[in-house]
Design a protein around this ligand. Structure first.
Ligand code: PMP
Length: 452
């Protein structure tokens, strides 16, 4: 490539000034940093002319490829009109059209959109709003939250508190609010011969018990519908959500659906909650909301919740929460272009075909001596590697087997970033069937590399 920049020189400059997210920086003494010059469709290109298929949609955000012409055009057009205005006391066309579109496509009854600028901030909003709702309606004791084991809702202190991934949470525990943690319906842990549905039903008993015991003190239950993504892509049956909705209603507790990772077609339906036919009291959306272009998040809630905050100012019931970039017009324009693609291209239907291809292309891995399970929900496919298949003995995390898989995939030209011992594919929806087959081949090699 005829450019003055090369990977090595950029990486060296980077390491002098940038502190990277979710990274032990010392790893980069050995592990090369990969400077990306540009993106096109499913591909990311570095400065040395190498390309990488973005097999995990750049942390699950990208839906329709990098440099998508339609989203590019929408952002460019918006840029000529208005780049940003505060959303308190002001509004703009992209945010109100986006709100109308979201209310139209979300489960009926979710009618009020409150914006923030990243997933964790949306979780903070939902948690604060639920707590505050109960204050406003004269139930101040309802201030606790029920969460599932192995759940993940973000890294800010409130979001971290309602999550349960020890690796991210443990050190900050003294700073976090106390939550009630109920065993996850994670179907990887089901007994042999037990179906996902039956396991999810059985696991609901613990949730029912927690609700019965604590309902007077609990504001909301928060869950990731169907897939605990950061929790090693563990999955469960929609029945659990149906049972949870019914029980939350019965016990007078809010249900917060964190669809930040699974929303916008990832689970096989536009929103994962649709598969259980439920409407949560709060739905948190981000990531794919803008097609992976710009930071934006939204919490959509009900008229009942909204009305509990609506009063004379002096009664001090308003939700006085804000972020500077709330509802940024450029991000809203990207989101509108993203929703237009969903409509114009019949994306959910195409995804069904792609998802089947992902399943077929990885099916034989189930027989691999170090693969305990290949599981899938829509456009998420996960391969659980184990040391010993018969006993279920797992690899010690210190062996960093996933890192071997990551490095192997990069060498082949694919971005796969395993979570612990789980290698997964979560590609942009513009991936071609042949590219799925190729990526599955890389995943197969990555399993071998990890388990060697
Ligand atoms: N909730 C879920 C389910 C997520 O997967 C994530 C991000 N991985 C978050 C919340 C946090 O979003 P963000 O990284 O934008 O803060």
């Amino acid at each position: 490539m005829n450019t003055p920049y090369r990977n090595a020189s950029i990486a060296a400059r980077d390491l002098a000034v940038v502190w990277h997210p979710c990274t032990q920086m010392k790893d980069h003494e050995r592990l090369p940093m990969i400077p990306i010059a540009r993106g096109q469709g499913v591909w990311l290109y570095d400065f040395d002319g190498q390309r990488y298929l973005d097999g995990i949609s750049s942390w699950w955000v990208n839906l329709f490829g990098h440099a998508n012409p339609r989203i590019n055009a929408a952002v460019r057009e918006q840029l000529e009109q208005l780049e940003q205005v505060m959303l308190a006391g002001f509004t703009h066309e992209p945010v109100l059209t986006l709100s109308e579109r979201l209310v139209h496509i979300l489960p009926a009854g979710l009618t009020r959109c409150f914006y923030a600028d990243n997933g964790s901030a949306a979780v903070e909003v939902a948690v604060k709003m639920s707590f505050h709702y109960w204050q406003n309606v004269g139930r101040p004791h309802k201030r606790r939250f029920i969460t599932l084991s192995n759940s993940y809702h973000g890294e800010t202190l409130g979001a971290l508190a309602v999550g349960d991934v020890e690796l991210y949470k443990k050190v900050y525990q003294p700073l976090l609010m106390d939550v009630i943690t109920v065993s996850s319906p994670d179907c990887f842990l089901r007994e042999p011969g037990c179906s996902w549905e039956e396991h999810s039903r059985r696991m609901f008993a613990a949730m029912e018990q927690a609700l019965a015991e604590h309902a007077d003190d609990v504001a909301a239950v928060i869950v990731e519908p169907l897939v605990q993504c950061a929790g090693s892509m563990r999955m469960y049956h929609p029945l659990y959500l149906s049972l949870l909705r019914e029980a939350c209603d019965r016990h007078g507790v809010h249900l917060i659906a964190d669809e930040i990772a699974v929303g916008f077609g990832r689970s096989g339906t536009m929103f994962a909650c649709e598969q259980a036919g439920i409407r949560p009291d709060f739905i948190c959306l981000s990531k794919g909301l803008t097609g992976g272009y710009l930071p934006l998040s939204v919490v959509v809630t009900t008229e009942t919740v909204y009305q509990a905050f609506y009063d004379d100012y002096t009664r001090l019931t308003a939700f006085l929460h804000s972020h500077s970039y709330t509802g940024n017009p450029l991000a809203c324009a990207a989101a509108l272009a993203t929703l237009a693609i969903f409509e114009q291209d019949r994306v959910i239907e195409r995804n069904r075909i792609l998802a089947r291809r992902m399943g077929a292309a990885t099916a034989e891995l189930a027989g691999h001596p170090h693969v305990a399970e290949v599981r899938q929900t829509g456009m998420i496919l996960a391969i659980e590697t184990v040391r010993d298949k018969a006993s279920g003995g797992i690899y010690d995390w210190r062996e960093r087997r996933g890192l071997r898989a990551y490095e192997y995939a990069l060498a082949q030209g694919a971005l796969l970033r395993p979570i612990g011992n789980v290698i997964y594919m979560m590609p942009p929806y513009v991936i071609e069937p042949e590219q799925i087959d190729w990526l599955a081949g890389v995943a197969r090699g990555a399993v071998d590399a990890a388990c060697a």
